[in-house]
Ligand binder design. Structure first.
Ligand SMILES: [Zn+2]
Length: 396
C-alpha cells in the first residue's frame, strides 16, 4: 500500500475536528471529546517518539506469527477501496468518487456517525452472491496472513435487506467463502448477525425471523451502528429469541455510549462479550464486575483513534483496563476504513503504549479463550500459541 492511506495508517495520532461539536449537548463527538480529555489527563505517558526501525521490524514479525483470534470484525468494513471501485464497475453502480485515491481520501472521519455515513454508502456496491463471496474471501486471506487462527465475524443484514438484497444472496456467498478458507488455509470461522441499533427493536425481531433458514449457520447475534441514544434495552425481544435458538450474544457498548449501556448489555441482553467497552473505566463497580466475571472486551485501538474516541494511541486506556484485571483482546473493527488489520492494531498499540511481547501474548491468549469455539479447539490453538512463544524464548 502506498499513497495517502499508507501515510495515514502509519500514524499513531490523529487531529480530530471535534471543536465545532463540543457545545452540542449529548452529541457523540462531544462525549468522545470529554472521554479523550479524561483519558489524556489520566495518563502520564509522553506521546510516541519515533520508533527504532529494527525494533518495529522484529516486533512486527513476532506479532504476525503469533496465533490469535479476531473477535470484532465487521465484514462490510473490510471493503477496501480497490474492491469498492471494482464492484461498482462490475455492477454498474455510480460512485461519487473519481478513483481509488478519492475513495481513500473520503475515508476520514470525525466521529462514529461520519464513518457510518460512508460505510453504508460503500456497502451499496455489494449486490450479488459473488460480491459477498469475494468480500469474505479477501478478508479471510488477509486475516490468515496476520496469524488469525479463528475469526468470529459480524455482518449487518439490514444494510442489505433494506436495499432489497436478501439472505438468499449474501448468506450463500459468505458461507461458501468461509468453507473454502477453512479448507484452503485452515482458518476457523463463525458468523455473528448484528442488528442495527439506530433502527427500532421491532426491525431486529423481523430480521431475526427473516434469517430463519440460516439460524443453524450462525454463531450468535450482536448489536452495532450508532450507539448514543440507542440503548441495549430496545433489543431485549430479539436477543431473547436468539438465546432461545441457542445463539451466543454479544453487544457493542461503551464505545461512545456511557458505561450504563455496558451494564444494560449484560443485564438486559445477556451479552457474553462486550464490543469496545472502553468507557467501563468510568464506573468502578462495573470495572469490578467485568474483572470478576472474565467477560472479554473486544477492543479496537485503531478504530478508537480514527473515530476520535481518542486522538493519540498513547492515550488509550486498554493497558490500564488489562492491569485492572479485565480480559482485553485486540481487534480491527472495520480495517479497510481504519488503516489496518489485526496485526497492525497489535503493532501500533505496542509502539504507542510501550507494550512488551508478554503483553501481546496475553492479549492473544485472551482472544483464543474468549472465542465461542469448543474447549478442544481452544486448547489446540493455545498449544500452538505456547509453542510459538517458547520458540522465542518467552514465557507467555
Ligand atoms: Zn464494531
Amino acid at each position: 500500500m502506498d499513497g495517502p492511506a499508507a501515510q495515514r495508517s502509519n500514524l499513531l495520532t490523529k487531529r480530530c475536528a471535534l471543536g465545532a461539536d463540543q457545545d452540542v449537548p449529548h452529541s457523540p463527538a462531544s462525549q468522545a471529546s470529554r472521554y479523550a480529555d479524561a483519558m489524556a489527563s489520566a495518563t502520564n505517558s509522553s506521546k510516541s517518539p519515533a520508533p527504532d526501525p529494527d525494533h518495529v521490524d522484529r516486533l512486527s514479525r513476532f506479532i504476525t506469527g503469533l496465533p490469535k483470534a479476531e473477535l470484532h470484525l465487521h465484514i462490510e468494513g473490510s471493503l477496501e477501496p480497490e474492491m469498492l471501485v471494482e464492484l461498482a464497475a462490475r455492477n454498474g453502480v455510480e460512485l461519487p468518487f473519481a478513483d481509488v485515491e478519492a475513495v481513500r481520501a473520503a475515508y476520514s472521519f470525525t466521529n462514529l456517525q461520519s464513518f457510518l455515513d460512508i460505510y453504508y454508502q460503500g456497502a451499496a456496491v455489494l449486490q450479488t452472491e459473488a460480491d459477498f463471496y469475494d468480500l469474505m474471501k479477501a478478508y479471510l486471506v488477509r486475516a490468515h496472513a496476520d496469524g488469525v487462527v479463528r475469526t468470529e465475524m459480524f455482518f449487518d443484514p439490514q444494510t442489505h435487506t433494506e436495499r432489497s438484497i436478501g439472505f438468499d444472496v449474501f448468506m450463500p456467498g459468505f458461507l461458501k467463502a468461509m468453507a473454502d478458507a477453512e479448507t484452503e488455509m485452515g482458518v476457523s470461522t463463525g458468523l455473528i448477525m448484528c442488528f442495527l441499533r439506530h433502527l427500532p427493536g421491532s426491525a431486529a425481531v423481523e430480521t431475526f425471523h427473516a434469517a430463519a433458514d440460516y439460524h443453524d449457520q450462525l454463531l450468535g447475534v450482536g448489536l452495532d451502528s450508532a450507539e448514543v441514544g440507542n440503548p441495549p434495552e430496545n433489543f431485549v425481544e430479539a436477543f431473547d429469541l436468539a438465546a432461545e435458538a441457542g445463539l451466543h450474544r454479544v453487544t457493542h457498548a461503551g464505545e461512545e455510549g456511557p458505561p450504563s449501556y455496558i451494564t444494560g448489555a449484560l443485564d438486559a441482553l445477556g451479552a457474553e462479550r462486550i464490543d469496545h467497552g472502553v468507557r467501563a473505566e468510568e464506573d468502578p463497580a462495573l470495572m469490578d464486575r467485568l474483572a470478576m466475571s472474565g467477560i472479554a472486551l473486544t477492543v479496537c485501538p485503531r478504530s478508537n483513534l480514527e473515530l476520535c474516541v481518542i486522538d493519540d494511541l498513547a492515550d488509550h486506556n486498554l493497558k490500564r483496563l488489562a492491569d485492572a484485571g479485565l480480559t482485553i483482546t485486540l481487534n480491527s473493527d472495520d480495517p479497510a476504513y481504519f488503516g489496518g488489520y489485526v496485526a497492525k492494531n497489535y503493532l501500533d498499540t505496542a509502539l504507542a503504549l510501550d507494550l512488551t511481547e508478554a503483553d501481546l501474548v496475553s492479549f492473544a491468549r485472551n482472544s483464543i479463550d474468549a472465542t465461542f469455539a469448543s474447549a478442544e479447539q481452544q486448547a489446540e490453538w493455545t498449544r500452538s500459541l505456547d509453542d510459538y512463544v517458547d520458540g522465542f524464548g518467552l514465557s507467555g
